[in-house]
Unconditional design. Structure first.
Length: 119
C-alpha cells in the first residue's frame, strides 16, 4: 500500500501563487506515474497535471497550461504542484494520485487539499 498526503492548500487571491505538496509513504516506488487531479463543486474530477517517473514527460490540462508546473523529488518521495496566476475557477479540492506504469487507473489517492481562489 502507498499512502499519499497532500498539503499546501488554502485561500489565495486571484493572480496569486500557491504550491501544493504530496508526500508518499509506505510501499513507494520511483516508477509510479504521479498525477494531480482536482474536483470543483458540482463538477467531475479532472486530471490537472501528470509526471513520469523520472520527470522527463509531463502533461497539463489546457486550462492550467503555462500557469501550473508539476515536479517530483524521488529521493524525498515528494511531488509538487506550483500554481501561478491563480483564477477563481481554479477553486477545487486537489488530489495527488499514483499510477503503476502500464496500468490504466490511478491506484492510490490522497485525501485532498482545498484550494480557494478569491476574486
Amino acid at each position: 500500500q502507498v499512502q499519499l498526503l497532500e498539503s499546501g492548500g488554502g485561500l489565495v487571491q486571484a493572480g496569486g501563487s500557491q504550491r501544493l505538496s504530496c508526500a508518499a509513504s509506505g510501499r513507494t516506488s520511483s516508477w509510479y506515474v504521479m498525477g494531480w487531479f482536482r474536483q470543483a463543486p458540482g463538477k467531475e474530477r479532472e486530471l490537472v497535471a501528470r509526471i513520469s517517473w523520472n520527470g522527463a514527460n509531463t502533461y497539463y490540462a489546457d486550462s492550467v497550461k503555462g500557469r501550473f508546473t508539476i515536479s517530483r523529488d524521488n529521493a524525498k518521495n515528494m511531488v509538487y504542484l506550483q500554481m501561478n496566476s491563480l483564477k477563481p475557477e481554479d477553486t477545487a479540492v486537489y488530489y495527488c494520485a499514483a499510477r503503476v506504469p502500464g496500468t490504466d487507473g490511478y491506484a492510490y489517492w490522497g485525501q485532498g487539499t482545498q484550494v480557494t481562489v478569491s476574486s
